[in-house]
Design a protein around this ligand. Structure first.
Ligand SMILES: *[C@@H]1O[C@H](CO)[C@@H](O)[C@H](O)[C@H]1NC(C)=O
Ligand SMILES: *[C@@H]1O[C@H](CO)[C@@H](O)[C@H](O)[C@H]1NC(C)=O
Ligand SMILES: *[C@@H]1O[C@H](CO)[C@@H](O)[C@H](O)[C@H]1NC(C)=O
Length: 395
């Protein structure tokens, strides 16, 4: 698989110039049950504070910058999950506002509705879609929920025993939420009710059998809208053309190919993870776990031993057709890049390496869409494995 790395894709680990203004971000970590506040500045990436109020298994974070509020999900492996709201201070440290117990296994959230007063959540283990009233950020409450069942297991029975809702995505018109269901091979669709945070389910989109849709993104190009979903079980990306008519959202499948691009393949045990769109809507980036088939220079400049890494794979969107063209397969900064995020300018990518207890920030060329070097890294999460799971920029 090393020949998968183009010379350009092999990241030089020379520290490229750090951004002029301090950049702040957060990372969640399981093994020490914490949210970290990190600062990227002249000294590289440094940990500035830690909060333990997001419960036992902190995972997904959602920022409402306008309200200076950060929401954090706790998967609650032991039983109950929780949703914590934080006031974000100027230095990105956090002050707890409220902690609401939720059904187990919330894994992804999206703000929606008037003034971002709704927070929609996908629950993985418990096959549930739920929404919360977050109008008063210090007093959160459950609004609506729906739990799903299946008549029998899907084509990949050990992973598709029951529905597994994995992501919540607000569409560009802000009138629909789409929720990939890895267990049921569906993209569930919810129509948002005007002027409130209520929703009603409409017909889902059928994903390819056994694909296991996990995370998705919408892309707009002029009048056109596309949807891309990364499938964890088939390790493919499916592209759709989106159309709106009569209060419904429908999707027509355009393609389905390897997470490494057309004709690509992955080793056994690979689990595709995250999919993000660049802020300019011109590129998508996928992360893939369990490959470890790339080698990258050690992040410690005094250590000449190369280390294994999973990939971050970038694709350029053809705005006329919705096709994706492979641009780069780059080292993700280590093993198990479950969550990563792009800053608003599109110039930085922060990657959470769950199996290496590390967060790495890369510089990114907005024109070519390529990752161009490491601008900082930090140890996040103490103890073996199950380190950082998700990262988010404070902006
Ligand atoms: C974090 O990791 C856990 C399991 O290791 C997984 O269930 C969850 O989906 C991950 N969260 C994100 C945001 O990827
Ligand atoms: C769903 O909502 C109802 C009331 O709105 C509540 O009683 C129930 O506990 C909720 N169930 C889940 C699974 O959240
Ligand atoms: C150099 O890096 C390798 C791979 O991470 C590690 O096993 C080794 O302990 C490091 N050596 C030193 C002297 O830190």
């Amino acid at each position: 698989m090393l020949n998968d790395v183009t010379p350009k894709g092999l990241l030089s680990l020379l520290l490229v110039a750090s951004p002029a203004a301090a950049v702040k971000l957060w990372a969640t970590s399981y093994n020490d049950h914490a949210i970290y506040t990190l600062n990227l500045g002249g000294e590289g990436l440094t940990v500035t504070s830690k909060s333990l109020d997001c419960g036992s298994e902190p995972t997904w974070m959602t920022l409402d910058k306008g309200k200076s509020t950060l929401y954090c999900l706790n998967e609650g492996w032991g039983g109950e999950g929780s949703l914590t709201s934080y006031k974000v201070n100027d230095d990105a440290t956090l002050k707890t506002l409220d902690i609401l117990p939720t059904l187990k296994s919330p894994v992804s959230a999206s703000l929606y509705g008037p003034n971002n007063n709704g927070l929609a959540i996908a629950h993985y283990d418990t096959s549930t879609f739920s929404s919360f009233d977050v109008k008063d950020t210090s007093s959160l409450s459950l609004s609506q929920n729906e739990t799903y069942t299946m008549a029998g297991p899907g084509p990949v029975p050990d992973r598709q025993d029951v529905p597994h809702l994995h992501h919540t995505i607000l569409d560009p018109t802000k009138k629909f939420l789409v929720v990939p269901d890895l267990g049921a091979d569906l993209l569930r669709v919810y129509a948002l009710q005007k002027g409130s945070i209520e929703w009603a389910e409409i017909d889902p989109v059928k994903a390819l059998p056994g694909s296991g849709p996990r995370h998705g993104v919408f892309a707009t190009a002029g009048p056109k809208t596309f949807f891309y979903v990364l499938n964890e079980l088939s390790n493919t990306i499916t592209g759709y053309k989106v159309t709106y008519a009569k209060g419904a959202l429908t999707m027509e499948r355009l393609f389905d190919f390897s997470s490494h691009g057309p004709g690509g393949s992955v080793p056994a045990g690979t689990k595709a993870a995250e999919l993000k769109i660049s802020p300019d809507q011109r590129f998508v980036i996928a992360s893939s776990r369990g490959e470890n088939s790339l080698m990258m220079p050690n992040l410690d400049p005094r250590n000449s031993t190369a280390v294994p890494s999973d990939p971050l794979i970038s694709f350029r969107i053809d705005g006329a057709t919705g096709a994706l063209k492979h641009v780069q397969t780059a080292a993700a900064g280590g093993r198990n890049p479950r969550g990563f995020n792009i800053n608003r300018a599109g110039t930085l990518v922060a990657s959470a390496l769950q199996d290496d207890n590390r967060v790495v920030v890369f510089s990114r060329d907005v024109g070519s869409g390529e990752l161009t070097g490491v601008v900082g890294w930090a140890v996040v999460g103490e103890g073996d494995g199950n380190g950082p799971n998700y990262t988010l920029f404070d902006e």
